[in-house]
Ligand binder design. Structure first.
Ligand SMILES: Cc1ncc(C[n+]2csc(CCOP(=O)(O)OP(=O)(O)O)c2C)c(N)n1
Ligand code: SF4
Length: 284
């Protein structure tokens, strides 16, 4: 048995996916892909072996961003598009914690797009899980940056006509150390990807194809489109970028892994919380 498998076996005995349930019942629509993501995440956290009180889930706004409330981990349900800066703050203040940012393609690639680029660039040791349904679900079906140009809807008749951008290519160009794609309909594989991303040093990004049954029921057909990635490229960012731009957007697995150093340690908070409070005190 490999070292990783021994650790997995020991952790699996210690923690159960149910340990990560909050007890709150998700209010997602029946068939929403986010159920599969939640389940995969809970199983991955149990394998990862860190108890709920050592894990922080940070989100923005959207159906997918409700996810932290359904877990027993520490959670922060912030403002739209700002999950990554909050998560970075938590990680800088408490590098000992497992920090995971979650949300949707609208939250992360539209209003939060600039934060996404810079989170990749800073390469802090955290995981970012995007439930990509290629639509704004919560606000009733507007196109997002990953929506196909010709997707026809009441709100954008005939389609927007805008080329969708590729978040994986952006993450590689930005500097992320781990770039992968998962599918909510393959929760076992997604669980493995999440475990690998959690353990990989630096910024790990997983774009999860997660169908929206309410506004894009055709995404149910993704189960026929997905296929394993041809190969994982390691350390050659230019080659990985070219490969990702050339693939069809349905390759599942790790597309790129790198060992780029994280934000320099000199920028990481060295002070204690009380010292920081004193620095910001209005009256001394
Ligand atoms: C500053 C601000 N602008 C707009 C909104 C409205 N809003 C709420 S959720 C959302 C989009 C959510 O889409 P996505 O992140 O893809 O999540 P999904 O609901 O599809 O899971 C928008 C535009 C808001 N809450 N705050
Ligand atoms: S509107 Fe779409 S994304 Fe939101 S809960 Fe329903 S199926 Fe899921």
């Amino acid at each position: 048995m490999s070292n990783a498998a021994i650790i997995d076996a020991a952790s699996a005995e210690a923690l159960d996916p149910a340990d990560f349930h909050s007890g709150a019942t998700p209010i997602w629509c029946p068939g929403c892909g986010d159920y599969g993501v939640l389940s995969a995440l809970e199983h991955a956290l149990a394998i990862n072996g860190r108890p709920p009180h050592e894990v922080v889930l940070v989100s923005g706004i959207g159906c997918s961003s409700r996810l932290p409330a359904y877990t027993s981990c520490y959670g922060f349900h912030g403002v739209h598009g700002r999950a990554l800066p909050f998560a970075a703050g938590v990680k800088l203040a408490r590098p000992d914690l497992e920090v995971i940012a979650v949300g949707g393609d609208g939250d992360g690639y539209s209003i939060g797009g600039n934060h996404f680029i810079h989170a990749c660039r800073r390469n802090l040791d955290m995981l970012y899980l995007v439930m990509d349904n290629r639509v704004y679900g919560m606000t009733k079906g507007q196109p997002s940056p990953t929506t196909e140009a010709d997707w026809d809807s009441d709100i954008a008749p005939g389609g927007l006509g805008l080329r969708p951008f590729d978040p994986l290519a952006l993450a590689i160009a930005g500097g992320a150390n781990f770039v992968a794609r998962g599918f909510s309909g393959r929760p076992q594989e997604l669980k493995d990807l999440i475990v690998e991303g959690l353990r990989w040093p630096g910024f790990a990004f997983i774009d999860v194809l997660s169908p929206c049954m309410a506004f894009r029921s055709e995404e149910f057909g993704w189960k026929e489109s997905v296929h394993p990635v041809a190969r994982t490229i390691e350390d050659d960012r230019a080659a990985a970028h070219a490969a990702v731009l050339a693939e069809d957007g349905y390759s599942l697995g790790v597309l790129f892994k790198d060992h780029r150093p994280s934000l320099p340690a000199r920028y990481v908070a060295q002070s204690s919380l009380s010292e920081i409070e004193q620095q910001f005190a209005v009256c001394r």
